[in-house]
Design a protein around this ligand. Sequence first.
Ligand code: CO8
Length: 258
Amino acid sequence: MSDYKTITFEQKGRVAVVTLNRPDSLNALNAEVMADVAECFAAIDRNKDIAVSVITGAGRAFAAGADIKEMQPQSFSDMYVEDYFAGWDRFAVCRKPVIAAVNGFALGGGCELAMMCDLIIASDKAKFGQPEIKLGVTPGMGGSIRLTKAIGKAKAMDLVLTGRMIDGEEADRIGLVSRVVPHDELMDIALKAADEVAGFSIPSIMAAKEMVSRALELPTTEGVKFERRLFQGLFGTEDQKEGMAAFSEKRAANFQDK
Ligand code: CO8
């Protein structure tokens, strides 16, 4: 793994822990962060020893959004021609599961980044919101679509049009997050969940992520067919034989990612 300037990377067994590390600007997402995150997660996808990642933020924010100071002078053509921030699409297509451990502010692009992840575990001090309307713009990293799919039109409109912040409890109630946990236990719980997933076979973990992600895009009959092909394909793995034999023999499975 390279040396990153704006994030830190640690490997704990089969789990990667990536920390957004610009605490002085509440981990505002500038072009450098985007490049570091995209490169880091591409490397994680290639790394056969990593099954799952956790992404979190240093200090009191997960990420307080795209870097407003960097964006302020940009013109339409800068944004359009350079496709500013398209690198986040590379993160969104990471094939191994990513757990967002949301430790504080997750606003604008920060909320959108969390929604690109597969599980969102929020601290009870987390704050979510899409405040772009207050800056004369709108969500631009997929928030309008991912938020609407996650929580429905009524709640998404409320957040996008008013720009109001919600706490972890409300985010949990409306289905934006997977779990809300006491702040001091956030990383332990996120790492425990990551370890649990990392104990399974990587092909089945990746297939599970792929089918649930596609469920959001496909009509039901196509989604069911897509799921079935992946399910059937897993019968070509040694780990399917091992997992089912271990069940019959009443022992723990010893998966080999094959
Ligand atoms: N960008 C740049 N700097 C930021 C950002 C940000 N998003 N958020 C905070 N900072 C900086 C502040 O400027 C401040 O720096 P300094 O100390 O140099 O003045 C430092 O972080 C600490 O922030 P505050 O002093 O403001 O801390 P408070 O506790 O008073 O307030 C808040 C915390 C409420 C989180 C406040 O900082 C805030 O409102 N931040 C901005 C939140 C926001 O509007 N986010 C949305 C940004 S737009 C966006 O994300 C669009 C995404 C789509 C882009 C797609 C492009 C194609």
